[in-house]
Write a protein that binds this ligand. Structure first.
Ligand code: KG4
Ligand code: ZN
Length: 349
């Protein structure tokens, strides 16, 4: 079965073609980062309009590069939520309409399920690595979510904990903005932290001094702001100050995530941990998690770097699994800007 996947929940238009026999046949991505950078963050209306401009040319490109005509597409998957309403409606409208025109089923995909399944997408991820089997614990850390959950089977996700305020990626973005580093902040903070001097600052590890798997990143963000202000404000910072603050912030955010993962593995007795979403690209997070989990005999699985941040491949893949299990949507074009992952139902197949 060949499935066209469309991702348009935020600031990336992603399109991919996934074949359940042959794997990923093609993909294309257009990032709106340059357009939003001038505003320091995503402007929803601009995002929707740009998805409108990009989505059909990207679909044409992916189909033509894969040498696949519309008559060879067996289904269309689109991100139906969570995300920006207008942006989601573009992918959903185009995806649903193409499926109708081509006489094939369409399937709405939960964006976070896409992230969650991304490490399963690649046939042979990296030498010596395998794909994770269910059940596994998942840490999903993106610009919009920080979630810990137990994935028991496809569509069967039991929440373990989540951020009570900012998402992990959002905290990286906001701290970067405070220091005038631009958007998106995660990769910039990570690069700057490489030049930081360890030990100059010590930031708090929020909500790690009490039991539970919920997380909080807003206090850490405020602590960072206070540190910047103590040094005379963003304009007074030297390059070394910026690097030291980036490192202290990243260490605190990463340690918090590692502590929560360790607890989640203890609590569930699980042997596999999947880490996905934009922040899973962070090298320090990967190194510290690998070390902490190796001690416990837990195997950690990450998506390839290209599949950590938003992309069409994860949506095509999740949609293909759902279509193969007989799921598809009705004719109405519906999106869910807010959509708890735990509301998904386990797939029967
Ligand atoms: O999954 P994603 O592309 O979009 C959402 O679903 O939100 O994640 C984007 C988030 C942004 O907040 C970005 O700053 C963060 O992922 N991010 C990173 C890194 N790369 C992207 N955060 C920390 N370190 C990175 N290397
Ligand atoms: Zn995402």
């Amino acid at each position: 079965m060949r499935v066209l996947g469309i991702e348009s929940s935020c600031d990336e238009t992603g399109v991919a073609l996934y074949d359940t026999e042959r794997g990923l046949l093609g993909q294309a991505l257009f990032s709106q980062i340059d357009m939003h950078a001038a505003y320091g963050g995503v402007v929803p209306e601009l995002a929707s309009r740009d998805h409108v401009r990009r989505v059909l040319p990207l679909i044409r490109q992916v189909l033509s590069e894969a040498g696949c005509g519309p008559e060879q597409v067996d289904g269309v998957a689109f991100t139906a939520g969570p995300g920006l309403a207008g942006a989601l409606l573009v992918g959903a409208g185009v995806g649903r309409s193409l499926a109708y025109g081509w006489g094939v089923p369409a399937v709405p995909v939960h964006h976070m399920e896409g992230h969650l399944l991304a490490p399963l997408l690649e046939e042979a991820p990296r030498p010596g690595e395998e794909r994770p089997d269910f059940p596994f614990v998942a840490l999903l850390v993106s610009g919009g979510h920080s979630l810990l959950l137990e994935a028991r089977a496809l569509g069967d996700y039991r929440p373990l904990g989540e951020s009570v305020d900012d998402a992990a990626g959002e905290a990286f973005d906001k701290v970067a903005k405070m220091m005038g580093l631009g958007y998106p902040g995660g990769p910039r903070i990570a690069a700057l932290a490489e030049k930081g001097e360890a030990g100059r600052f010590r930031f708090p590890r929020p909500m790690t001094d009490r039991p539970g798997l919920d997380m909080s990143f807003s206090g850490l963000k405020t602590f960072t702001l206070n540190t910047i202000n103590d040094l005379g404000g963003a304009d007074a910072l030297s390059d070394q100050d910026r690097a030291d603050i980036a490192l202290a912030f990243q260490d605190a955010a990463v340690d918090t995530l590692v502590i929560k993962c360790r607890r989640a593995m203890e609590q569930t007795g699980g042997e596999r941990l999947v880490v996905a979403g934009g922040v899973s690209a962070n090298r320090s997070l990967r190194e510290k998690l690998d070390a902490a989990m190796a001690k416990r005999g837990v195997r950690v699985f990450y998506p390839g770097l290209a599949y950590c941040t938003d992309n069409g491949a994860m949506i095509a893949y999740a949609g293909a699994l759902r279509l193969a299990a007989g799921e598809h949507s009705g004719l109405p074009i519906a999106v869910r800007p807010r959509w708890p992952l735990a509301e998904l139902a386990p797939l029967s197949a």
